[in-house]
Design a protein around this ligand. Structure first.
Ligand SMILES: [Zn+2]
Length: 360
C-alpha cells in the first residue's frame, strides 16, 4: 500500500526541493543586489533638473539639489569631506536666511553639519533621514571669529550641551542665544520640526516665557546634543514627497517629555549588531523615481549647482562656469570663496510658500 503511494510522493518531494532551491537562489539574488546607500553614496554631483523630493525623509531621494557654498559671510560648512552639503533649493536658501537672521539676533554665525548627499538617498554612515533634501543639522557651537581650515572642519569637536548621565542641559554652556537661535529656526513656516536632545527640549520648556507656541515644533529625540536638526515640509513641485504627520498642537512639555526622563528610553540596545535600515535598503525599497534620479547625468560642474543666493533654481540651470569654485578653505586663508561674494544682495526669501498638496 505504501509502495503504491510512492510514485505520487516522489514528484512532491522533487517539487518541494525545487521550491527550497528557488528560495535560496532568490535570497542570494537579493543579497547580491546593490545597496541603495552604495549607489547614492557614490554620486558626487546632482543632475541639473527641477528640484523634486521623492518618498519620505527616511526612505527616498531627491533631484535638482544645490550645494550650500563651503563658506558664506554668516556660515561655514563642517565635515566637508562627507559631501553632504546638498539640499532642496528651498532648504539651502532657508539655511542661508537662518544664518543671516541668527547673526542679526546676536549669534556669531552657523556651523553647518550634514544636509544631504547630492541626490539624497540612504547614507553609508549616520542618519536614518536626510534622504530627500529637506533635513539639515546645525551645530549648537557658534561659528568662530576666524575662518576654520579644512582640517579643522574635519576634526573640530562640537560642544556636547547635555550631561550624558542626567540628560539635562549643562547650564554653564546654555545661553539665551541658543534659545533665540532655536526660536528663530522654528519661526519659519517651512520648518515643520526641529529635533533636539530631550534635555534641550526640557531647558526650553522650563525657561521660555511669552510666546511658547513655537515649542510645538521642537521635538525631543536621541542624540542631537551638539546640533539641532531642522526639517522642512514637502515643497511645492514634489507631489511624490510624503508628508510627515503634524506635531501635536500643544507645547510638548508635558507627559511625552517626562517619558524621556525615565529609564525606558535609555535602556541599552539588546541587539546592537542588528543591521540598520540603511544597510538593507535596495533600489526596490525606494520610490520608483529614485532609479531615474540616480541614472541622470551629472551637472557640468560643481559651480553650476552651487547655490548663489536669490533664486537657487535659476542658478542650477545657469550656464556652467568655466572653472570649479576654489575650495579656498584648505589653506585656511581668510578670503571667502568666489561663490560667497554672490551673497551680497539680500535674496528674496522667506515669503510664505503655498502648502504642499495634502495626502501621499
Ligand atoms: Zn540630522
Amino acid at each position: 500500500m505504501n509502495l503504491r503511494s510512492l510514485p505520487d510522493r516522489k514528484p512532491f518531494l522533487t517539487a518541494a526541493l525545487a521550491v527550497v532551491m528557488l528560495a535560496a537562489l532568490a535570497a542570494a539574488a537579493i543579497s547580491a543586489e546593490p545597496r541603495a546607500k552604495d549607489l547614492f553614496g557614490a554620486k558626487k554631483l546632482p543632475a541639473v533638473v527641477p528640484a523634486q523630493s521623492f518618498g519620505f525623509y527616511s526612505k527616498g531621494c531627491f533631484a535638482g539639489g544645490v550645494a550650500l557654498p563651503m563658506d558664506g559671510p554668516t556660515w561655514e560648512v563642517m565635515r566637508p569631506s562627507r559631501n553632504r552639503r546638498w539640499g532642496h533649493p528651498a532648504m539651502i536658501s532657508l539655511i542661508e536666511k537662518l544664518s543671516r537672521d541668527a547673526v542679526a539676533d546676536g549669534w556669531p554665525g552657523l556651523l553647518i553639519g550634514d544636509i544631504s548627499q547630492p541626490r539624497g538617498g540612504p547614507m553609508m554612515t549616520g542618519h536614518a533621514s536626510h534622504q530627500i533634501g529637506l533635513d539639515a543639522d546645525i551645530w549648537l557651537t557658534p561659528m568662530p571669529k576666524r575662518p576654520l581650515t579644512f582640517a579643522e572642519r574635519e576634526s573640530m569637536s562640537a560642544t556636547l550641551m547635555v550631561d550624558e548621565k542626567t540628560h539635562l542641559v549643562k547650564d554653564a554652556l546654555w545661553t539665551p542665544q541658543h534659545t533665540r537661535l532655536l526660536e528663530r529656526a522654528a519661526s519659519y513656516p517651512e520648518v515643520e520640526r526641529i529635533l533636539v536632545n530631550p534635555g534641550i527640549k526640557k531647558k526650553l520648556c522650563d525657561t521660555v516665557t511669552g510666546d511658547r507656541s513655537w515649542l510645538r515644533k521642537i521635538r525631543p529625540f536621541w542624540g542631537h546634543d551638539y546640533h539641532f536638526h531642522m526639517r522642512i515640509g514637502c515643497q511645492p513641485g514634489s507631489p511624490d514627497c510624503k508628508r510627515q504627520e503634524a506635531t501635536p498642537a500643544d507645547d510638548g512639555c508635558g507627559k511625552p517629555l517626562a517619558w524621556w526622563f525615565t529609564e525606558e528610553p535609555w535602556r541599552p540596545n539588546k541587539n546592537p549588531d542588528a543591521p540598520k535600515a540603511r544597510d538593507l535598503l535596495t533600489m526596490a525599497n525606494l520610490p520608483r523615481e529614485c532609479q531615474a534620479v540616480l541614472a541622470a547625468s551629472d551637472a557640468p560642474s560643481l559651480a553650476a549647482v552651487t547655490y548663489q543666493g536669490g533664486n537657487a533654481t535659476a542658478v542650477a540651470v545657469a550656464e556652467p562656469q568655466p572653472t570649479e569654485p576654489a575650495e579656498t578653505i584648505s589653506s585656511g586663508n581668510a578670503a571667502l570663496p568666489a561663490a560667497a561674494s554672490a551673497f551680497a544682495p539680500t535674496p528674496k526669501i522667506g515669503i510664505p510658500l503655498p502648502r504642499p498638496r495634502p495626502g501621499n
